[in-house]
Write a protein that binds this ligand. Structure first.
Ligand code: NAD
Ligand code: ZN
Length: 252
């Protein structure tokens, strides 16, 4: 079981939520991602939140998978029946690199998709190509607003992502599946995540409790590193090289 966070896509040029690049200005006020990636912010200023997502969606579309993503494709190919890739990343790079759809559990959603803001149905749809790409600070035009609607009820659509003030579930975010796999895993390799979200935390603690070997790859110390130190190992360095080395060693 591999668990990836924003650090794995950092080497593809997609900013993480930490540091200066994460901030976003709305009407002269700077917001931290943890304030904007919320249902509360979407209720208060939906088009400003959409503008932020459409800008980040454009960055993700223009990014390419790196060696870390490619290593995980090799792992999935080597162990087709006992491999799972749980990702917090919404950028779609694991699938674009070539991991099979059924191997990738995107527990925070997909920035290329939208669903009904009123949840009239659970379906999700690709954001239409005609939406195009938004530059930094560019507002959502009336023509684009008209495309960001639920095809079922014609109400406003929302990005298909899990916000900080929302809960995981199985239907949208694979909660039960991920917990089951964590309980059965022999090896959990965590890469590029700061341990600040709930389901990744469950993955690592459930895995450790069930006796799995835990490996933490990150540039910095973090709470997962403390667990990995006791039940596996810690690699302090860039994710692409570390994932390549681990998969090369395991796959041979
Ligand atoms: P985070 O931004 O909170 O933390 C990133 C972590 O990666 C940090 O611990 C940092 O030390 C580490 N890191 C940075 N560069 C690295 C590298 N080259 N190699 C190894 N480690 C590196 O990210 P998070 O914990 O994944 O989650 C925060 C939330 O942000 C999630 O909900 C996620 O969905 C969302 N997010 C997604 C993307 C994406 O899809 N690419 C990008 C930004 C944020
Ligand atoms: Zn609807």
């Amino acid at each position: 079981m591999f668990l990836t966070g924003a650090g794995v896509s950092a080497e593809s040029g997609i900013p993480t939520f930490r540091g200066k690049e994460g901030y976003w200005t709305v009407r002269a006020r700077e917001y931290h991602p943890q304030e904007l990636a919320t249902h509360e912010a979407f209720e208060a200023m939906p088009w400003e939140v959409w503008a932020w997502y459409l800008y980040r969606r454009a960055i993700c579309r223009n990014a390419a998978p790196n060696d870390g993503h490619r290593a995980l494709v090799r792992a999935g190919t080597a162990w087709p029946d006992r491999f799972a890739l749980v990702t917090q990343n919404v950028d779609g790079l694991h699938r674009r690199a070539g991991n099979a759809d059924h191997h990738v559990l995107a527990i925070h959603g997909d920035i290329q998709q939208m669903r009904c803001a009123r949840e009239c149905v659970a379906d999700r749809w690709q954001i239409p190509d005609a939406v195009g790409e938004l530059g930094k600070g560019e507002p959502v035009s009336p023509a684009v607003k008209a495309l960001l609607v639920c095809p079922k009820c014609t109400g406003m659509a929302r990005p298909h992502v899990l916000w900080f003030d929302e809960s995981y579930d199985e239907e949208r975010y694979h909660l039960d599946t991920v917990r089951r796999i964590a309980n059965e895993a022999a090896l959990v390799v965590v890469a590029g995540t700061s341990a600040q979200t709930n389901l990744p935390w469950q993955v690592v603690t459930l895995g450790a409790r069930a006796g799995a070997t835990i490996v933490d790859i990150n540039l910095e110390d973090n709470p997962f590193g403390e667990i990995a130190q006791k039940s596996g190992g810690v690699i302090r360095g860039p994710a692409a090289a570390a994932l390549t080395a681990i998969v090369d060693r395991l796959v041979g």
